[in-house]
Design a protein around this ligand. Structure first.
Ligand SMILES: [Cu+2]
Length: 72
């Protein structure tokens, strides 16, 4: 398992936080997601054998937000 922090642009309310959490949690290999509205981030625990960081970017964009980077 790996933990990474994604920078997410476009979250404006707690509904957006839920959308981001649900979107990322729905990906295979993702265990937990905690999004933070003030910081504009989502912390993701995932299995790097099953899901890749570019999959997060794609899913975030399909949900209507922008993933601007990865903090590590
Ligand atoms: Cu919102």
């Amino acid at each position: 398992m790996k933990t990474t922090v994604l920078n997410i642009e476009g979250m404006g309310c707690s509904g957006c936080v839920n959308t981001i959490e649900n979107t990322l949690t729905a990906l295979p290999g993702v265990k937990t997601v905690i999004a933070n509205l003030e910081k504009g981030i989502a912390e993701v625990d995932f299995d790097e054998q099953e899901v890749k960081e570019e999959d997060f970017k794609k899913a975030v964009e399909e949900a209507g937000y922008t993933m601007t980077g990865i903090q590590g």
